[in-house]
Design a protein around this ligand. Sequence first.
Ligand code: UD1
Length: 364
Amino acid sequence: MKNTLKIDIVAGTRPNFVKIAALIHSIVEKGNDRIKYRLVHTGQHYSDSLNTSFFEQLNIPQPHINFNVGSGSQAFQTAEIMMKYEMAIIDEMPDLCIVVGDVNSSMATAITAKKMKVKLAHVEAGIRSGDRDMPEEINRIIIDSISDYFFTTTAEAKSLLINQGKHEKNIFFVGNTMIDTLLKFKDHLIEPALFKELGLQNNSYLILTLHRPNNVDDAQKLLQLIETITKNCHNHPIIFPVHPRTEKILNALSIRIPNLNLTPPLPYLEFVYLLEHSKGILTDSGGITEEATLLNIPCMTLRDTTERPETVSLGTNELLGTNPKVIKEALKRLFNGTWKEGKIPDLWDGKTGDRIVEIILNKI
Ligand code: UD1
């Protein structure tokens, strides 16, 4: 390996920021000045609530470069990011490009890096939901099919990649960078203003988050989900931080339900505070199922599939889908106190970023 390694770290969306925070902190602390990194922000997420607050709260340095791609169709985002990243690679010629997760920004930069002959590493490699209707699943398949190095969150993800013919020497089961960030900031959570404003009590409210196209783009389906949950929550307050994609559809529905409290997306430290003190969460996010497992908070996933099966087999998560009867029955179990206790998956220990840096310095 060269004395100094030039690495691009790519981030474009809210969940990416949580993952790269841990990686950058480890590079700064453990990189022995041998890693020169460039933080490449695609600008897929740009609002204060999805972007700026995460950089501030998680001590992420300002990006070296920002493509400001903004909103648009997936094809528009992909094309814009690819064109801009190509220029950025020509400017700097990194030795390695690291992409995290499964969002459009990760997929677009992965393809560009690989075609420009830059080595490619995927953090959170080898996970699959099996649902090819999800854009994220297509992104995962594409990124893994062209990556040179794979960092996995579970031993199962490593096995999947080996079964797909990847060389074992290039696959590293390192744990979960999102959990690194959670453990690092767990003692610095912030009570959101709405906690007192709404008179919330510990362990006596629910959180709801929904943003998957399959759940929110059809207004009637979204309405049915919300009504099922609000009717079966035993009058507990429900806090619903609304993602911009969901907000557009909700505005058209003009819902007014007394125990449903809509709020803008919360900054990280406030959101995790709310999660840690809640009775349970209903969500279609993947990352939140991991955070709920670590915090031992009951989690109901409103999807038919998950790419994070360990949150179900070991953790507090259950895969409910969107059938009203199933959701009603699960809420009953939550309120009669029979929800399962979770266990913490292997290597969710806060040291994943350090392991990745050690591997970059010594093994690739
Ligand atoms: C993206 C990711 C998803 C991730 C989610 C987390 C893909 C395919 N999807 O979905 O995996 O779980 O982020 O939030 O990459 N918008 C704003 N402000 C912003 C960003 C977006 O208002 O800062 C609006 C856009 O106008 C757009 C909508 O939100 O209409 C969706 O944004 P987009 O980035 O396309 O996808 P997400 O649904 O956020």
